[in-house]
Design a protein around this ligand. Sequence first.
Ligand code: HEM
Length: 450
Amino acid sequence: MRQSFDLSKYNVSYDIGFVLMSPLKTLPSYFNPWNELAESLPKLMREKKVREAVRRLPLLDHSQLVGHRQLRLAHLQLSFITAGYVWQDGDKGVPQVLPKCVAFPFYNISKELGIQPILGHVDLALANYHLINPSGNLQCLYHIPGGLAGDWFCVVTFMLEFSFARCLKHLVRILDLLEVAHVQMRADEKGCKDTERKDNEREMAECLDDITLAVQNMEASLARMHDNLDAKMFFNVIRPFLGGWGGEGNALPDGLIYEGISDYPIKMPGGSAAQSTTLQILDALLGVEHTEDKRAFLVHMRSFMPPDHCRLIVDLEQKRPHKLRDLGNLILANDDLAIQELYEAYNNCVSALVHLRNYHIQIVTKYVIQASQTVNKGNYESLDKKGTGGTSLIPFLKDIRSDTQKKIMPIPHAQSKKSQGKLMSWQKVAVVVAITASMAVGAIKLLKYK
Ligand code: HEM
């Protein structure tokens, strides 16, 4: 059957999802001052000499950058340099102004890419890597503070993106099947063949099962965070580096002046995986809706995503609403046993997303809430009660989880295929563990190669 939904329009790959394909390792030699500073950042951070080094930087002509990959690498480098410049000494004595040699090109490159001039998920999880051998093992290109633990944080986040990529082909297939279902629904009145409709529903259920697997795999990847990252390191060293500027209680309450761009401070939330496109795509597919203020935050996070990726979410939500809503309607409109599989597959998929969000809350509890009470060195008071993205953490995350939970539909038939479901979930766990283990081996090799 012809595939009507063309994913290539969105700069997304079936293999690595939203991760940047074949990122560059260095910029042309004209940009060596940036190449070198970004490379030596961990040492400069330790010695607290980032600001000195930035003041020595020449103002380079960013219009000499050619193509998307050079722009992305320049954004990555300047975002790291900016974070080092601002947070070198913690919350104390934070500079109000980012010098023009960084601010001017950084702001303009961000504008050209359609993303924000601050270190974000688009850098850390989507562009900060290079392959170290043909078998696909990778290494972080630039290093956030924290040594191996810092790299591990980036690797695990990358692994979640990578795990999500497996959803994409099933997502596209579902969209096409919904198209067929839509036609069949209308044809039903004229006597559409029951077997065709059932085949369509079964295939949709299988696709949802595969997406469920990918979501479970994302959770298994997230669980790897504990392997090489402890709460003390995350709270005191890594998280502050991801901080933003602006807002009550922030070390830069009015924001940061980007010299050469604006005489007024600019406010900017910090890096957060809430800027990942992955979960917003799953919400759009499954029809999960968030209440106004939560949605406003998540929509704001889209301005940190590459515009093509953001457009994919918007298209799923808006341009194809009848088909996406059909997924729910289709299930509710039918009460024969054939639809049961689809029913259960949809519920399993939503449950897996609830489970992932629940696990994520546990991660946040360990790395932020408990850490702020136990291992907090008090270097960054502004971040004690808020997420780097600026939310009030747990209440926000719990609301997002319960919005997801609300989509679970009551099963109409008492005789549901529970036993079959149980068997399937065991098979799924086995597959998830196998996939995750192989990915982890890759990631561990990655760290050994350093
Ligand atoms: C140590 C690890 C992590 C911590 C401490 C953490 C913390 C947080 C916090 C505090 C928020 C609330 C928004 C904000 O203010 O920033 C958030 C949201 C979010 N995080 Fe994480 N996070 C971690 C890892 C990850 C990873 C690896 C992903 C993978 C993509 C992720 C995905 C998300 C998403 C999608 C949201 C938005 C809420 C949602 O849709 O459920 N997080 N995270």
